[in-house]
Design a protein around this ligand. Sequence first.
Ligand SMILES: Cc1cc2nc3c(=O)[nH]c(=O)nc-3n(C[C@H](O)[C@H](O)[C@H](O)COP(=O)(O)OP(=O)(O)OC[C@H]3O[C@@H](n4cnc5c(N)ncnc54)[C@H](O)[C@@H]3O)c2cc1C
Ligand code: FES
Length: 255
Amino acid sequence: MPKVAVDGEIIAQHELAKDVWRMEVEAREIAREAEPGQFVQLQIPGGAFTLRRPVGIAEVSLQKGTVAFIYRVVGKGTKALAQLTAGTVINVLGPLGHGFSCEAKRPLLVGGGMGLSPLLFYAEHAEGKADVLMGGRCERELFWQDIYKPHVQEVFCTTDDGSCGTKGFTTTLLPELLQKGGYDLVIACGPEIMMQGIAKIAHEYNIPCQVSLEKRMGCGLGACLSCSIDTTSGERKKVCKDGPVFWAEEVFDLA
Ligand SMILES: Cc1cc2nc3c(=O)[nH]c(=O)nc-3n(C[C@H](O)[C@H](O)[C@H](O)COP(=O)(O)OP(=O)(O)OC[C@H]3O[C@@H](n4cnc5c(N)ncnc54)[C@H](O)[C@@H]3O)c2cc1C
Ligand code: FES
C-alpha cells in the first residue's frame, strides 16, 4: 500500500470538547488510499519536535480530498498541534499500518475515550451497517453520540456514574447486546484493559473480534522497533507495521 509524506493545509481546526480537538487537513493522496483503522504520523511544524505524533484517521472526504483527526491534548506535542490554525501547512505521513476488516455485514464498534476516533471512520465506511457501544466516565465524555448518530443504526452508551445510558463499563452492556445476536464482528478501540474484556466476551459468544493497539512510536514505519509487542504465538510484532489492528487472539490470551 503506497504511503506518502505530504504537506497539507489545515482546512479546519476546532475544539469539540474540553481538550479534544478536530483537525481537518488537505491530503488528497492519503484520503484516497486510507482504510478504517489506519493512522498517520503528523510532523508538528516549527522544528521543535524531532518525532512525529501518531493519530488515527477519524474521517475522510474524497470529494474535498481531506482527512480529519480527533485528538486529545495530553503533552507538549498535542498542545502544539492544538495551537495551529486553519491555513497552516502540516506534513502528514500515511496512511500507515493495517486497518480493520471491512467484510462484516453487521459490525459492532466498541470504543472508549479517544478510541472512538478511528472507529468513526469505520462507521462512515460501513454506511449504516454498524452499531456503536461507547463508554465514558460521565455524559460529558460521550459528546461522540451526536457525531456518530448519522453513521450508525444504534448508539449504546455506558457511563461509570450512570449519567448516560447503562451504569458501568462497555463490558457491562456487551453480553446483552451480543446475546440478542446479529453481529458478525466486534471491533474495539480504547484502553487496553477494556479491549481485553471486550475480546473475552466476544470470544465467549463466538464472534470474531479485532482490537486496535496503541504503543509509543518513533518512525511509524517498522524500522525503529519502539512499538514491538509479544504476541500470543511468541512472535514479536510491530504495532505500527503489523497493526495497529490485530485479531484479538493474536495479542490477548482469551482462554
Ligand atoms: C496508532 C496510534 C493512533 C493514535 N490515534 C490517536 C487519536 O486518534 N487521537 C488521540 O488523541 N491520540 C491518538 N494516539 C495517541 C497519541 O499519539 C498521543 O496522545 C500523542 O502522541 C501524545 O503526544 P504528546 O507530545 O502530546 O505527549 P508526550 O507524552 O509529550 O509525548 C512524548 C512522546 O511519546 C509519544 N506518545 C505519547 N503518548 C503516546 C501514546 N498514547 N501513543 C503513542 N505514542 C505516544 C509521542 O508520540 C512522543 O513521541 C494514537 C497513538 C497511536 C500509537
Ligand atoms: S514505530 Fe518504529 S518500528 Fe514501529
